[in-house]
Write a protein that binds this ligand. Structure first.
Ligand SMILES: N[C@@H](CCC(=O)N[C@@H](CS)C(=O)NCC(=O)O)C(=O)O
Length: 240
């Protein structure tokens, strides 16, 4: 295609991923590379003591994941997923049809920009603020659930695609861990049967399993940050 470099069968330059343990956004980037069949090296970052490598390659946000492809750096998990889709061959991640691509991007953005805050408040506040946030979270999950194509296993159809990658880690794995820590149920089989079934399929997928961190270890890592999560949620209530 004109204006686009041809997808490489295998990367001719090293692919590295600046990462950290127990991050749903790092999981997005790893899964995209694995689905593409791209070998990569994980560089684990200490987020309490950020390395020169991270600060140099993501000077704006200073967050992980950052993809290093040869001497190029690509920050932001969903930008990485799209980059991997364009640069590496292997199974396509975004749909081919422009409208379906636009929809996949819309709903991925919906999760990041419109679901995170109510979800966080539903987990880590209490009283009326918590109840209202739980209602809002469930309504948003219902909207997302309606995007699952009838009779298909994944948002992407019969194979995991861009939207599955965007929502998969957060909803299918991390959500249950957070719910357990907070003692709150937000995604249930009763309220969201299709999303529940999708989450089970996602976790069972062989490629997903290769890069989904162990649940007990995730729980242990996140439990240590519970006070921080509660204080972030309190600040959200104050600025509402
Ligand atoms: N929108 C970013 C979010 C990245 C993000 O917040 N990463 C966390 C790890 S889960 C991080 O690096 N936190 C360190 C910090 O905020 O200083 C993405 O999708 O890549």
């Amino acid at each position: 295609m004109e204006g686009r470099s041809k997808a490489a069968a295998m990367p001719s330059e090293p692919v590295r991923l600046i990462s950290c343990f127990a991050s749903p956004v790092v999981h997005r980037a790893e899964l995209a590379l694995r689905l593409k069949g791209v070998p990569y090296q994980l560089i684990e970052e200490d987020l309490n003591n950020k390395s020169e490598l991270l600060l140099t390659h993501n000077p704006v946000h200073k967050t992980v994941p950052v993809l290093l492809h040869g001497d190029r750096s690509i920050p932001e998990s969903l930008v990485i997923v799209e980059y991997a889709d364009e640069v590496f061959s292997g199974q396509p991640l975004l749909p081919v049809d422009p409208l379906a691509r636009a929809n996949a991007r819309f709903w991925a953005r919906f999760l990041d920009e419109e679901c995170k805050k109510p979800l966080w408040m539903a987990l880590w506040t209490d009283g009326e603020a918590q109840a209202a946030a739980a209602r809002e979270t469930k309504e948003k999950l219902t909207l997302l659930e309606a995007q699952l194509p009838e009779g298909k296993r994944f948002f992407g159809g019969d194979a995991i695609g861009f939207l599955d990658i965007a929502v998969g880690g957060a909803l299918a794995h991390w959500m249950g861990v957070f719910e357990e820590m907070a003692g709150v149920r937000l995604l249930t089989e009763e309220d969201h049967p299709a999303l529940w079934r999708w989450a089970r399929e996602y976790r069972a997928d062989e490629t997903v399993r290769q890069c989904l961190p162990d649940r007990a270890r995730v729980l242990a890592a996140l439990a240590a940050r519970k006070d921080l999560y509660v204080s972030i949620a309190k600040a959200m209530v104050a600025h509402k």
